[in-house]
Design a binder for this molecule. Structure first.
Ligand code: BGC
Length: 452
């Protein structure tokens, strides 16, 4: 008999969350390198746009490809593939001497981001006991935010290292990527995946070390029951029975992006310039936006399993809507006195960090049944990256053609729709095991499809 070990779970979740850190780092690192790569590769505005967004194209491919190896080789081995790709992409982008080679390595990095964005939260959700699942999956969001912050800091510190500065900015990601790859060797495979592969004894050992013997026995039976009720095909993912939960995942993913987080995070300097306070300093951005993002993710970690997902989502989105309303008025009326813009941008970031940011990942990783999880998650997460891509591409145009007021108004309307959606359609999922959720969200609504 293996003894319950509290550090075992924390360690496994923390290692998987390194995937989130690399996701955050790789998406943010490009911003500080733009002036240098533009000069080195001689890029015009259009080719620069492509260069920056090539990562997102890779992400979409990565998410679409991650489901199969995640099911066949396991969550852990597939995360190791992502680790290796992060490493190759970091060194490859750093050593590129032609634009084409650079783009190829960035797409490869995006591929790794796509895999990690899906498998890190999935793995954490699958190893966590119900009472701590929200908190541990939110750790992944915390790692994303830390990754973004680290990229901003490292870009800032490396900017004075001469003409190869941009190469160093990409190369440093090789270190956490290598660490991720090695650390994964020491974590267990997901017990839910092990049961799918009929490795019940192995699954039991993992569950026993996480939850103790008696809970592990019950969990194993519940997981086996749930596995028997699905085949695991895309046909099932899109079946009438799954449709409501699939919509739930997709809409949360889309709303998490269409309410403006990445426009505000990445275009903050442009927004500040429009108000006349030209704060271009990288350090200023890092400390304020990154710091607030980090601190308020801690709020989510502390409350997501106590208060629940729904109150956090509603409270946070109301905070986002209020700050966006204030920003809309400030821009329409051209009132930028004092620190109005900065204050409301920070309230917006804080509200997102404490709610929609982490809860989206928590929900997407827990609402789908065991056997369909990887396929259904990939549908939701591809929607997230596609929306991110469209918002990032259109935001500068909206900002310049229609102005900041209209841009914020659009995000504000989306927040109000999200509040209604959460209020009316999003179920509370705190404290229930993945198998209990499966019964409540899917099987109880379609008892005919239940083999029991
Ligand atoms: C979102 C990212 C965003 C980050 C900001 C994540 O949950 O998916 O798009 O950049 O939060 O903290």
């Amino acid at each position: 008999m293996k003894k319950k070990n509290p550090y075992y779970l924390m360690l496994a979740a923390a290692v998987a969350a390194l995937g989130g850190l690399l996701f955050g780092f790789d998406t943010a690192v490009i911003s500080g390198t733009i002036p240098f790569i533009q000069l080195y590769f001689n890029l015009n505005d259009i080719s620069l746009g492509w260069t920056v967004s090539s990562l997102l194209a890779g992400c979409i491919l990565g998410v679409l490809s991650a489901g199969k190896p995640g099911d066949v080789f396991g969550r852990k081995k597939t995360l190791m593939i992502a680790g290796a790709l992060f490493f190759i992409s970091a060194i490859g982008s750093a050593l590129s001497t032609t634009h084409l080679v650079f783009i190829v390595f960035r797409v490869l990095g995006g591929f790794a981001v796509g895999i990690a964005s899906m498998l890190s939260p999935m793995y954490i959700s699958e190893i966590s006991p119900a009472s701590r699942r929200g908190q541990l999956v939110s750790l992944n969001q915390m790692a994303i935010v830390v990754g973004i912050l680290l990229a901003f800091f490292s870009n800032y510190w490396l900017s004075d290292t001469g003409e190869n500065n941009w190469r160093w900015m990409f190369a440093v990601m090789g270190m956490p990527a290598f660490l991720f790859l090695v650390a994964l060797l020491f974590v267990p495979e997901s017990p839910r995946w092990l049961v799918q592969k009929d490795r019940n004894a192995d699954a039991f050992h993992v569950l026993e070390r996480i939850n103790g013997e008696s809970i592990a026995k019950k969990e194993l039976t519940d997981i086996r029951d749930s596995i028997l009720s699905e085949k695991g095909t895309y046909k099932e993912v899109f079946s009438t029975r799954m449709r409501p939960v699939l919509w739930l995942g997709v809409l949360l993913a889309v709303f998490s992006q269409i309410t403006g987080i990445n426009s505000i995070m990445y275009y903050a300097p442009v927004i500040f310039q429009k108000t006349g306070i030209g704060t271009n300093s990288a350090l200023f951005q890092t400390v304020t936006i990154g710091g607030v993002n980090f601190l308020f993710t801690l709020v989510a970690i502390a409350w997501v399993d106590k208060l629940g997902r729904k109150p956090l989502l509603i409270g946070g989105t109301i905070g986002m809507a209020i700050s966006l309303t204030a920003l809309t008025f400030a821009f329409y009326m051209q009132k930028f006195g004092g620190f109005i813009i900065l204050t409301f941008i920070l309230i917006y970031i804080a509200s997102f960090a404490a709610s929609l940011g982490p809860v989206t990942w928590v929900a997407i990783s827990e609402i789908f049944p065991n056997k369909l999880r990887s396929k259904a998650m990939s549908v939701a997460i591809v929607s997230l990256w596609l929306t991110n891509f469209i918002v990032i591409l259109t935001f500068p145009v909206i900002l310049n053609r229609l102005g900041g007021g209209s841009a914020f108004l659009i995000f504000d309307i989306m927040c109000i729709l999200l509040i209604l959606f959460v209020f009316l359609k999003v179920p509370e999922t705190k404290g229930k095991s993945l198998e209990e959720l499966e019964k409540i969200l899917i099987r109880s609504k379609h008892p005919a499809a239940d083999p029991e």
